[in-house]
Design a protein around this ligand. Sequence first.
Ligand code: ZN
Length: 102
Amino acid sequence: MIEVEKAMELFRHHDKVKFILTGLGEREYETVQFKEIVGLLEKQIPKEPIILLEDEDGFAYQFEHYLCPNCKNIFEQRPQRSNAPLYSPNYCQDCGQAMKWE
Ligand SMILES: [Zn+2]
């Protein structure tokens, strides 16, 4: 079985791919035709959220913003060092990116 990373590398770094289709012979495809599929595979690899700190009043009070690393959707905002439980979904609800949490 080809691992996701290996498959993505093949489709990203080569212009053409050739398949031998049983009973139909060889077919050659431009790898760019698989761009959407590769994009879907990429989203299956969990990525850490982007954490941005925002200085709300220019003095001491800061907010943490948690963004999807793929579509930049903000799915959590809270005061820095908050004790409230962090909303940490396994997938981005907007684009389906798998999320990795410490
Ligand atoms: Zn997203």
